[in-house]
Design a protein around this ligand. Structure first.
Ligand SMILES: [Zn+2]
Ligand SMILES: [Zn+2]
Length: 113
């Protein structure tokens, strides 16, 4: 029995053939956007680009960016996209950060627990 699910993105019904929670159409669009983002960042003339600039440019919600990042979609450009650590204010590449915290602060936070 195929599993029918609602697409998390557009709400359309689709047959869920894998763990994916979005429909084929949205998945394709997402793939295209991911490769657009990767090439945009790679071609970006400066050494780094802020995550906010990428989000703005592609009209992408932060939560979606984070889940794509967690899924390993931005490995190629993770050293070039930067965030400002919400704890210490340091600018770090997303490769060296978790969500909106730099690795130093993440480590400190873990030690505190
Ligand atoms: Zn969809
Ligand atoms: Zn920090």
């Amino acid at each position: 029995m195929p599993n029918v699910a609602n697409c998390k993105k557009c709400g359309a019904l689709f047959i869920q053939s894998s763990k994916r929670d979005i429909c084929d159409k949205c998945f394709e669009q997402q793939n295209k956007m991911v490769s657009d983002i990767n090439s945009f960042v790679e071609m970006y003339p400066k050494e780094t680009i802020s995550r906010e600039e990428v989000l703005e440019k592609f009209n992408l919600p932060k939560a979606e960016f984070e889940s794509l990042l967690a899924a390993g979609k931005f490995v190629r450009v993770a050293k070039k996209i930067t965030i400002v650590c919400t704890k210490c204010g340091k600018v770090v590449p997303i490769a060296n950060a978790t969500n909106s915290l730099c690795n130093d602060c993440t480590r400190k936070l873990q030690n505190e627990i």
